[in-house]
Design a protein around this ligand. Structure first.
Ligand code: URA
Length: 434
């Protein structure tokens, strides 16, 4: 078999066999197939798609590129969640300890930033010392000891996704349904959780821009997960505007800390309760979602979730003093507030534009392996539906370069649309698929 023939077959819109997909996934993971061929293949998949059979085979080969964990010797039931990617999405930072503090073990693999969307691994790395690249043994030991662990792809865990993920980020091949399904479900299958909640984003700041596409992706992933014996549910939510207020790695860690201490933006808190609540419900620890959310809300307010967060971050090498004093997290040298240019109601805040501005400020990568600036980003002071008077604070830009700050100001002002008449705040959770 030759990689070039497999690329040509997909370029011509034909269905690949399981053996061809295995050859390609294994060859790229070992380093026998170079980046330029894998990049061409990803683009052919993005343009021509994959059948359900191809996507399932691709996902399973990706999952089996490293260890696939059996967690049952550690815990009878482990839960996990995964987002399809959004702007300002720091949900894992809150939900993982929130669920784990109820004695429900959370074992999770996450990723870095992808395109305009941020990544949990990058956010966690803005905390000094936090180790995101765990061996199988470290993953199992941390889960056994603390009931919570989050790792990025490593040499042991989903190494194929580690390589394809970094490549897709910089080859404009992220928004492909089969590649997203394979990337997410391979990590979920490898990490071994019994129940998985998929946080599927819909809208301008998501890779699936319509509810129809998001639902198709959700149903495909649910089917792949159920096919290997996992309990899976998907929550579809609005990503036309950023989630919460902060966009940018260290800024989002600060916002997660606020939420874990009972504060933070209302939409973000509610989103965490819904995703966490669904995890609790799937594990059978609550009769329904409302009951689960009530249970979790109490632990955001009484400090239980915060204590678990500190335990988790410290267990993976993170600096506890930065959590207790978030001002010591990476901070940008230029911090400027942009005021509302007019009076009126905010009609839209284009999340993709906000996400791309964050990348341009240095918070994301232009090329594979680029270092990123953890300190930069954007904090919104108002969301869709808010009524502002000209001159009210609209958003704050955190930058380390004056030219980039000026470019960000222009781009962000253009990303906000205004209305003279009242605008209803959009509903956040759109649909739940079991
Ligand atoms: N999250 C992932 O892990 N992979 C994707 O492709 C998109 C979001």
């Amino acid at each position: 078999m030759r990689a070039v023939d497999i690329i040509a077959k997909k370029r011509d819109g034909q269905e690949l066999t399981g053996d061809e997909l295995k050859f390609f996934v294994d060859g790229y993971t070992r380093g026998d197939i170079p980046d330029y061929q894998a990049g061409a293949w990803c683009m052919a998949v993005l343009i021509n798609g994959m059948t359900e059979a191809e996507t399932t085979a691709y996902t399973l080969h990706m999952a089996h590129s490293g260890d696939t964990l059996d967690l049952h010797r550690i815990a009878p039931f482990v839960v996990d969640k995964h987002s399809t990617g959004g702007v300002g999405d720091k949900t894992t930072l809150v939900v993982a300890p929130l669920v784990a503090c109820h004695g429900l073990p959370v074992g999770k693999m996450s990723g870095r930033g992808l395109g305009f969307s941020g990544g949990t691994v990058d956010k966690l790395e803005s905390i000094n010392g936090f180790n995101v690249s765990l061996t199988t043994e470290q993953f199992m030991n941390t889960l056994a000891r603390h009931g919570i662990v989050v790792s990025g792809q490593s040499a042991d865990l989903a190494p194929a996704d580690g390589k394809f993920y970094a490549l897709r980020d910089v080859t404009a091949t992220v928004p492909s349904m089969p590649l997203i399904a394979g990337s997410i479900m391979s990590k979920k299958i490898a990490a071994g959780a019994d129940a998985i909640v998929l946080d599927v984003k819909v809208g301008k700041g998501a890779f699936m821009t319509t509810i129809e596409k998001a639902e198709a992706l959700a149903r495909l992933m649910v089917k792949i997960g159920q096919g290997v014996g996992r309990k899976v549910a998907a929550v579809l939510s609005d990503m036309n505007q950023p989630l919460g207020a902060a966009v940018g790695n260290a800024l989002e860690v600060r916002e997660a800390i606020d939420a874990l201490r009972g504060g933070g933006p209302a939409d973000f808190r509610q989103h965490c309760l819904t995703i966490g609540g669904k995890m609790v419900e799937l594990a059978g620890k609550a009769g329904n979602l409302a009951e689960a959310e009530e249970l979790l809300a109490a632990s955001l307010d009484n400090g239980q979730a915060w204590e678990k967060f500190v335990e988790w971050i410290t267990a993976q090498g993170g600096d506890k003093s930065q959590l207790e004093n978030p001002d010591t997290l990476p901070t940008a040298s230029l911090v400027e507030t942009v005021n509302a240019p007019q009076s009126g109601y905010i009609a839209a805040i284009n999340a993709a534009e906000v996400g791309k501005t964050g990348v341009e400020l240095g918070g994301g990568r232009q090329k594979k392996g680029d270092p990123i600036d953890y300190s930069v980003g954007i904090v919104l002071h108002a969301k869709v539906g808010a009524q502002l008077t000209a001159g009210d604070p609209l958003l704050t830009i955190h930058a380390n370069d004056r030219d980039k700050l000026e470019a960000a100001r222009k781009r962000l002002l253009a990303a906000v649309s205004w209305s003279d008449t009242p605008v209803a705040a959009p509903s956040h959770t759109l649909k739940i698929i079991e």
